[in-house]
Design a protein around this ligand. Structure first.
Ligand code: ADP
Ligand code: ZN
Ligand code: ZN
Length: 776
């Protein structure tokens, strides 16, 4: 016990719950320390960076045991009170240690203790005086100065060092640095520091403006930017020139009506209905009101096309946060958002923690997408946190989707969200026709029925593009010995090895292990090894044989591993080169392929019999999203779904009456069977090298939960995960379920802090998943 002294209570990124107490460093006035600053601290034998939560006046810990902090890293809070509030809320709700949650809210470099300073770029601009002055005398005396003046006059928005280095004969900054300094001294040129925001640079293509950051002067390459950039194919029909339809206008008006308060909207619009256009118009008003917008998108849709579309529309700095950023760029983007310089922030899941100085709006596009849920460590839902954040900051939030999650549909029914509906495709595009293709008893070649193949030929023959969807990459899901039945299995998982033909490898899609393809059965020595089933790679090969003159492109995680390759492939598709597109869900979302008139879904049965209760919801969303790629422009589209279960009621509803009819029926089923969103779940997972401690730990956890004695929470398990062994670890789980969110959380509050004290807790790795989206 320590009293009468200033105590620094800090959060430290560590799996331990609770905060830690330190003494202030010597010669520090603790009264000046504000919560939200970072401190360097001794922790065990290491040093860590922690966040100050409060300056307290007493501690439970004896003074002799308290250690002083080593260094104060920030003079003002890095995490503003609003940020702290959101992160504290998240820590409490997901029952995850605050230190780790706070660390998630910070870019890596700040977590490591780097100064919170954005790197700026120098921008040189001509002054009014410099514009007027006669520079002919310079041409003799100071050639470099004259040349710079010429360049700067031609670029009134200014030039950066990179741009200047293109000046002929002025190859390196050392060469022109003195000349420029002389011009600045004369008052003909000014030097400004501008933020260096981060943009992935989209591939430069013929006739398209190079994307840079607009606004803030001079980010664009002044030479290469044409005055009126020709519209890229992605811009088709876009731009402010589009005349909004009534539903779009109404949607915009209703959001703007609540522009300065919390209000939640579900923008429920079929694919191609102009949702993005609605976002853009609303953002425009938010910008005009001097406020920032945060746009969350699934990883897969954060393509250059989307960013380009935003850039073309707004003359404002945009910060883009995606997984491909390096640490420095991420820090810059974070700081510019925090300072208010970045007016629009577009990012994937973790961007939900980006601070904003003047928040005005949050948009979650494709809100149903499972990638908004973090699946390791601190398992938060960015969509759900977005809702909390909008509430805390008293701003509107728009969730958009053509296939809303069941959670959102129930919230809508219960009156928590306003409904914005765009039931029709924008412009002249018509909805695609969706048909089930009964493949029972049909001759099939690699998942392709003769009927589908015929249709593919017909559409290609008419000069259109065809998209085939199969959510399984690789050549074949596994390989079997025709003599003895041996199957290629992963040594570390309860799973088969996927054959990757081109790479001549067996790969496990669960643990990532690889080994060379066997040419002989290891069990009986036979050489008759046969692939079972097909993945995208095999479909591509088969089709290439059947349609040798058709350019084909395959889009999946294997074919787009190289940086920039996805962009290049998408570009080709838009140019019309490949006529046949084969892909996994990477191809399903967000893209706009105007020349695709036929979409073939090769395995409509995938998902009908999934183990996870969400399997059919996912499949329906995927089918509708893929279908949405067809007939997006003038050409009408058709979607053919191959199935062995043409009579399945849910599948029929989906095809004949669409996603909402399907969702109604499937939601009723969930209600009857007491599953989310009607009930609330938490999943305790544990894994170890042996199954015994794993199961024992969960047994103990179960007993502990029972001893707490809160009525109304059902416990299921411990049970092995669907894949009991993965990457060499045995995995078990215990499921908690309640009809009341509050009841479940009352139990979790008492339970989770005590789990680490269980006897077996040290022998296993365990984690809690609140509102799990994956039960396997
Ligand atoms: P979504 O986000 O719902 O898929 P988009 O906003 O991308 O839809 O719109 C689909 C296409 O329709 C885009 O090319 C867009 O420019 C165009 N579009 C949007 N609104 C209209 C409109 N009111 N009239 C004509 N075309 C439109
Ligand atoms: Zn064999
Ligand atoms: Zn494996």
């Amino acid at each position: 016990m320590t009293q009468g002294k200033a105590i620094l209570r800090v959060a430290i990124p560590s799996p331990l719950h609770g905060s830690f107490d330190y003494l202030p460093p010597p010669e520090c006035n603790p009264a000046q320390l504000q919560p939200g600053i970072r401190l360097r601290l001794p922790f065990g034998r290491n040093q860590v960076v922690g966040i100050l939560l409060e300056v307290a006046s007493s501690s439970e810990v004896d003074e002799a045991k308290l250690r002083p902090a080593l260094e104060i890293l920030d003079s003002s809070p890095l995490l503003a009170p609003e940020q702290m509030k959101l992160l504290r809320w998240a820590s409490h709700y997901y029952h995850h240690p605050l230190g780790e949650v706070l660390a998630t809210g910070l870019p890596t470099l700040l977590r490591q203790g780097e100064p919170a300073e954005a790197r700026h770029r120098s921008l040189w601009k001509i002054t009014p005086e410099g514009r007027e002055i006669d520079t002919t005398p310079l041409e003799k005396r100071a050639k470099r100065q004259a040349e710079l003046m010429l360049r700067l006059r031609a670029a009134p928005a200014g030039l950066t060092a990179e741009q200047l280095s293109h000046v002929e004969s002025v190859k390196s900054p050392r060469n022109w640095g003195d000349a420029m300094a002389a011009l600045v001294k004369k008052g003909w040129v000014t030097l400004e520091q501008i933020p260096s925001l981060t943009m992935p640079s989209p591939p430069l293509k013929k006739g398209t403006q190079r994307a840079g950051i607009k606004g803030q002067g001079g980010f664009n390459d002044a030479d290469s930017a044409p005055q009126n950039p020709p519209q890229s194919p992605f811009a088709k029909g876009g731009g402010d020139s589009v005349v909004l339809n009534d539903q779009q206008q109404q949607a915009i008006n209703r959001v703007l009506h609540h522009q300065h308060e919390f209000a939640a909207f579900l923008l429920d619009g079929v694919t191609g209905s102009g949702k993005t256009e609605v976002y853009l118009r609303i953002i425009n008003e938010v910008l005009a009101a001097g406020r920032q917008t945060l746009v969350l998108v699934p990883e897969i849709t954060l393509t250059p096309q989307l960013i380009e579309r935003f850039q073309r529309r707004f003359n404002e700095p945009i910060a883009v946060l995606h997984s491909g950023l390096n640490d420095r760029d991420r820090l810059n983007a974070w700081l510019y958002a925090a300072s208010g310089d970045a007016r629009i922030i577009i990012g994937t899941r973790s961007a939900i923690f980006t601070p904003m100085k003047t928040p005005g709006l949050i948009i979650v596009d494709e809100e149903h997408d499972a990638s908004f849920k973090q699946q390791t460590g601190f398992r938060y839902s960015a969509r759900d946190l977005a809702m909390v954040r909008a509430q805390q900051q008293n701003i509107p939030i728009v969730l958009g989707s053509a296939t809303p999650s069941f959670e959102s549909l129930l919230n809508l029914r219960q009156g928590r969200y306003h409904h914005l509906s765009l039931p029709q495709r924008a412009g002249s595009a018509k909805p695609p026709k969706v048909e089930l293709l009964d493949v029972r008893g049909q001759p099939m070649e690699d998942q392709l029925s003769a009927q589908l193949l015929g249709q593919i030929r017909r559409h290609l023959g008419a000069g259109n593009q065809v998209l085939l969807f199969l959510n399984r990459r690789g050549f074949s899901p596994t390989i079997i010995c025709h003599e003895c039945g041996w199957i290629a299995e992963c040594k570390r998982c309860d799973s088969h090895m996927t054959l990757h033909q081109k790479k001549r490898l067996f790969c496990c899609h669960h643990c990532g292990s690889q080994r060379p393809v066997a040419h002989q059965c290891p069990s009986c020595g036979s050489a008759d090894l046969r692939p079972i089933g097909s993945g995208t790679e095999r479909i591509e090969e088969t089709l290439q044989q059947r349609l040798p003159d058709t350019p084909i492109t395959r889009i999946d995680r294997d074919s787009t591993r190289l940086k920039g390759s996805l962009e290049a492939k998408l570009e080709e598709i838009h140019d019309g080169t490949p006529r046949l597109l084969i892909g996994t869900q990477m191809l399903a979302k967000g893209h706009h392929f105007p020349n695709v008139t036929l979409v073939g879904i090769l395995d409509g049965d995938q998902g009908l019999f999934g183990i996870d209760f969400r399997a059919s919801e996912r499949m329906a969303q995927l089918i509708v999203q893929v279908a949405g790629r067809a007939g997006r422009a003038e050409k009408p589209g058709i979607v053919l779904i191959q199935t062995h279960h043409p009579d399945n009621p849910l599948l029929q509803l989906l095809c004949q009456q669409g996603y909402h009819a399907f969702a109604e029926a499937a939601l009723s089923e969930r209600e009857v069977t007491a599953l989310p969103p009607y009930t609330y779940m938490a999943l305790l997972r544990a894994e170890a090298n042996h199954s015994i401690p794993t199961e024992q730990f969960l047994d103990q956890a179960r007993e502990l939960a029972q001893s707490i004695g809160i009525e109304g929470v059902e416990l299921y398990g411990p049970m092995p995960s669907v894949m009991e062994r993965r990457a060499g670890k045995y995995r078990y789980q215990l499921l908690l379920q309640s009809n009341q969110r509050q009841t479940l959380h009352r139990l979790l509050d008492q339970w989770t802090t005590r789990l680490s004290t269980l006897p077996e807790a040290r022998k296993v790795r365990w984690s809690l998943d609140v509102d799990p989206v994956d039960l396997i």
